[in-house]
Design a protein around this ligand. Structure first.
Ligand code: SF4
Ligand code: SF4
Length: 109
């Protein structure tokens, strides 16, 4: 602080950095919470496998055991095991993404 009560350049830069850091941390916490409360749902009308094309990408990339299963060639999310990590959504190659992430609380509505 200068004798005139103004912030020094160093204090200003440090303060800005800290504000940016706090904002980034808040966003990270918020996205973690969002992911934890989300669950994946396969939209059959967009899914390649439902159009008689061979695709198991979501199943292959899902990091959770038994969260995504293939039954008769079609993917199904076992919501009780889904952590909402979004990997299946991010890797889905369908022209219109076939994986919808919904709020876990909306499941079954
Ligand atoms: S959101 Fe994650 S855990 Fe859930 S089905 Fe997709 S890849 Fe698996
Ligand atoms: S990655 Fe997409 S298109 Fe492929 S099976 Fe999964 S939901 Fe269907």
């Amino acid at each position: 602080m200068t004798p005139h009560g103004k912030l020094t350049r160093r204090e200003l830069l440090t303060g800005r950095f800290r504000q940016a850091w706090d904002r980034a941390r808040a966003a990270a916490v918020s996205s973690t919470t969002e992911a934890e409360s989300a669950v994946a749902v396969i939209q059959g009308r967009r899914c390649l496998a439902y159009r008689n094309l061979v695709c198991t990408t979501c199943y292959e990339r899902c990091p959770e055991e038994d969260a995504l299963v293939i039954e008769s060639g079609l993917p199904r999310v076992v919501s009780a095991n889904c952590t909402g990590c979004r990997v299946c959504h991010d890797v889905c190659p369908a022209p219109e993404n076939a994986v919808l992430m919904i709020n876990a609380q909306d499941k079954g509505r």
